[in-house]
Design a protein around this ligand. Structure first.
Ligand code: USQ
Length: 383
């Protein structure tokens, strides 16, 4: 297949590029380096130095003998889409090109406006590029489990059958997100659903939980190919943050009561999921939605797991609940369905003690690079 990866320089985009190349697909990635710029502006740089996308592509091609390509540019500009689609007509587009940080989206007006504008305009431009230049192309869109929020009923995979006054209809499952970033993904879903049902696009929306991990078979080829592993309060996701905190001897930052439950997955499973989605495309006129997670944990459970393994390794891990900077339920029901990707063949890598130990070992290699001032939350939801 010809696979176009949008957001190719990101934590997920870069490993995705190499994964599809290794599977023998023709791969083109596009990125505007906005995450790198935001990281610089907010002192949220990744743990290890990551060469930029053009450099990484060159290194990977040299080492592996593959031939992936990249373009650097802003996908808010439709002319870039026109240029990309006229030279590389993709069979599938993996769309990660969004501002992915909930705290950044709540930092202030400029950050909120940027998040809204970037995320919706890129999604809308992608829809139009597919309609104009490659109407059979399958869009694999990264949504988020956070679109659903934490309702007091089971979370279904994207859709809900409603019976009302004796009549039945199937609707998008109700969405009520907990940050502006997550809300942009709700708006994306509505936008996509309109165009799917009106113009017969084929789309898979992957409702992904927080991802953890810092290596895949391809990133392990060379240190310079590692993903952008963030542990700061802006881009760092929970498990990755706890790993670094354990190594840096900073007490694990449980926000509030720590009863917040989310659906987590290993970086390697993200690759499996996007691969399974791309290899089994949605039908024309279908918006197919999968909940992309492999297991659920509360923040407290994850803190205890990291502490147990860290202590076994002699790290002496402490846990210290701090005031929750976010507005979110800290004690709630959470039961999301997630069978769709398993039915397609997903073989989960669970968060075992061995997996935690090997991730801690990897982080230990970069212990000297940890900047503890990036760890405590700097953005409050109600500020
Ligand atoms: N949390 C803590 N302590 C910390 C950091 C986070 O208790 O030091 C809590 C948060 O309050 C939240 C949970 O851990 O309840 C998860 O937080 P997170 O920062 O790992 O995840 P989140 O902000 O929701 O966003 C991340 C990615 C986002 C993706 C999302 C999936 O940044 O791009 O969409 O995970 S989900 O959470 O399912 O919506």
């Amino acid at each position: 297949m010809k696979i176009l990866v949008l957001g190719a320089d990101g934590y997920l985009g870069w490993p995705t590029m190499m994964h599809f190349a290794k599977k023998g697909h023709q791969v083109l990635g596009v990125d505007d380096y906005s995450r790198r710029q935001i990281a610089m502006q907010t002192s949220s740089e990744a743990l290890m130095p990551n060469p930029n996308l053009e450099e990484r592509v060159k290194i990977f091609n040299e080492i592996s003998g593959h031939n992936i390509a990249c373009r650097v540019g802003d996908l808010k500009d439709f002319r870039l889409f026109e240029s990309v689609f006229s030279t590389f007509s993709p069979d599938a587009v993996i769309h990660y090109a969004e501002q992915p940080s909930a705290p950044y989206s709540l930092k202030g007006y400029e950050e909120a406006h940027y998040t809204l504008k970037n995320n919706l305009e890129v999604t809308h431009n992608l829809i139009w590029a597919v309609m104009k230049f490659a109407p059979k192309c399958h869009i694999v869109k990264l949504g988020t489990m956070g679109e659903y929020g934490t309702p007091n009923i089971d979370i279904e995979e994207g859709w809900l059958d409603i019976e009302h006054k004796g009549r039945k209809h199937k609707f998008l499952y109700p969405r009520q997100a907990g940050s502006l970033y997550h809300t942009t993904k709700v708006l994306d879903t509505d936008l996509i659903w309109f165009y799917v049902r009106t113009f017969n696009l084929r789309v898979t929306d992957l409702m992904q939980g927080p991802v953890y991990g810092l290596s895949t078979p391809e990133t392990d080829l060379d240190q310079r190919l590692l993903p952008n592993f963030h542990y700061d309060d802006i881009f760092g996701t929970l498990v990755n943050r706890f790993l670094v905190q354990a190594v840096a001897k900073v007490p694990l930052t449980v926000y509030g009561k720590g009863g917040q439950i989310r659906g987590y997955l290993n970086l390697n499973d993200t690759l499996q999921c996007v691969d399974l989605a791309a290899s089994n495309p949605a039908e024309e006129g279908e918006l197919r939605i999968f909940n992309q997670l492999t297991e659920t944990f509360s923040v407290n459970e994850l803190a205890e797991k990291v502490k147990k393994v860290g202590d076994q390794m002699g790290l002496g891990v402490d846990i210290k609940p701090i005031e929750n900077p976010r507005k979110e339920a800290e004690d709630h029901y959470y039961n999301p369905a997630h069978t769709g990707l398993l039915d397609l063949g997903l073989e989960p890598h669970y968060l075992t003690d061995d997996v935690l130990a090997s991730m801690l070992e990897q982080v230990l290699n970069y212990k000297e690079a940890i900047d503890a001032s990036k760890i405590m939350p700097r953005v409050k939801w109600n500020n």
